[in-house]
Write a protein that binds this ligand. Sequence first.
Ligand SMILES: [Zn+2]
Length: 255
Amino acid sequence: MQVYFLGTGTSQGIPVIGSHHSVCQSNDPKDKRLRVSVWITWDDYSVVVDCGPDFRQQMLTSGCSHLDAILFTHEHADHTAGLDDIRPFFFKQGKDIPIYGHQRVLNNLKKRFDYIFETENRYPGAPGVQTFEVINNQNFQMGSTDIIPINVHHGNLQVFGYRIKDFVYLTDVKSVDETEIQKMKGVKVLVVNALREEPHHSHFSLQEALDFIHLIQPEKAYLTHISHLMGFHEEVQQRLPHNVFLAYDNLKITL
Ligand SMILES: [Zn+2]
């Protein structure tokens, strides 16, 4: 399995438009972060988690040329606003692109991208999707592989993370119930959000993410959904435990 970090930034991306913050003005490519997403490939499958406003650029940079599915974590714009840009995959592959998400998220997409879901008088240039509802405690399959939804909380909002084999991807998490911790046991690679050092009402701070990693005990953990307020990549990385890494855009890992 290969995991490609398409974007590792928080909702505004880094640099933030108009910002004079030193991290936003850094020349280190690792300090430039698009909106958060990963591209996961295994066997013949090619899947992205979320589809934010940088999706087009991310597909071009990563060289992704085939898309079997999008797994959505939740409906916030930094995770969904790029949905129209699946058009090239739809045209090339000649069939609806499967999208997976909580029913609330699918309903939200239907409202915001009504033309994509239109069944009558469809505009010929619109992309097509096939929706699959993700239900808590119900695994689903891609080929022979189980996809395990992990139900977590982003402040008051429900969010799904996903476990695929020994890989767990969790973003926009502030709290996790004990039942969900069990679903992550034995995982080799954990990706989890860490916004900044200061606490935030709906995201793990750096310390909260480190405490969570200590609880799950993966072999390696990667931090994502990072704000410019976290600091410079190189400086923050030096302070992390030996098996914890700040993810950065275009980082590829193999499991
Ligand atoms: Zn987000």
